[in-house]
Design a protein around this ligand. Structure first.
Ligand SMILES: [Fe+2]
Length: 280
């Protein structure tokens, strides 16, 4: 087999206000640019994965804008939700209010011979990600489906790489990470696609390629790790090819200045999380 697909993430669409002070870049323009680049590809991708933070504020108008921006995409687009998303806004703006309710938006589909399993790691009161018992049950059942097809997993928050007793703001919770590692063991998973940390980062996680994309919003400076967050200008998406021999991911960086757009301490992030939790 040889299936080509794309990985986008962290679109952070914000509408109708194009001068959202918390946005840092014109995400609508970036998505239009990416759409143009995709249209020019000689080999059209079979599908597009978008691994969460679809909007900046989770409001229905932003999802309607995103829906309009992607309406004429000639291939299926599979969406996950991130910590900037809201389930209510997504369902109202993208699904015409169908499937309402506040249950996690987990789903599976088969496209071009690839079994894509998507989990909703977003939680309204957390920056990091979480999965609950019902979601793990969904995943176990999904992994048993289509045993002959290669499997791709997508969710916003990547598993934690270090299980130190610190704060899981940049990953799935440690508990969810450990349980996920147990469940995927023994399954032939071609790759796990995530976002959230706004940098291109590749890990071999329990033998599985774990792909984190920089996304279409703003980049985090990897050289600033351990000091909080340093945001810089930069975006990229990835062309992914799945062959019988395995997965290839090729980053496509857009022109970037890497100019600093802001810095945040971990204390800033904790205050932000507390404010969001209080607003729920
Ligand atoms: Fe994001």
């Amino acid at each position: 087999m040889m299936t080509t697909f794309l990985h986008l993430t962290d679109l952070h669409i914000s509408a109708p206000d194009p001068v959202d002070a918390a946005l840092h870049s014109d995400t609508t323009a970036t998505l239009l640019t990416v759409r143009g680049m995709i249209a020019g590809m000689a080999t059209q991708p079979a599908f597009i994965l978008v691994s969460g933070d679809l909007t900046n504020h989770g409001d229905t108008a932003s999802y309607q804008t995103l829906r309009g921006l992607m309406a004429d995409a000639p291939m299926p687009v599979v969406y996950a939700l991130g910590n900037h998303d809201t389930r209510a806004g997504f369902r109202a703006g993208m699904l015409d209010g169908a499937d309402m309710g506040d249950a996690p938006h987990d789903h599976e589909t088969v496209i071009a011979g690839v079994h894509v399993i998507t989990l909703d790691t977003s939680r309204a009161d957390k920056i990091g990600g979480e999965l609950d018992d019902a979601q793990f049950a969904f995943l176990e059942a999904a992994l048993a489906n289509h045993p002959d097809l290669p499997k791709v997993l997508m969710f916003h928050h990547a598993p934690a790489l270090d299980m130190d007793p610190d704060w899981e703001w940049e990953s799935l919770s440690f508990a969810a990470t450990a349980r996920l590692a147990q469940i995927v063991r023994g399954h032939a998973i071609a790759g796990i696609f995530c976002g959230h940390i706004h940098m291109d980062r590749f890990t071999q996680w329990h033998g599985i390629p774990l792909i984190v994309g920089m996304g279409q919003h703003a980049a985090l400076d990897p050289l600033f790790a351990g000091q909080g967050i340093r945001m810089v200008q930069g975006t990229s998406f990835s062309v992914c090819v799945l062959r019988d021999s395995g997965l290839t991911v090729t980053c496509v960086p857009l022109p970037a200045t890497r100019a600093e757009t802001g810095r945040h301490t971990l204390a800033d992030l904790r205050a932000y999380e507390a404010a969001r939790a209080a607003a729920e």
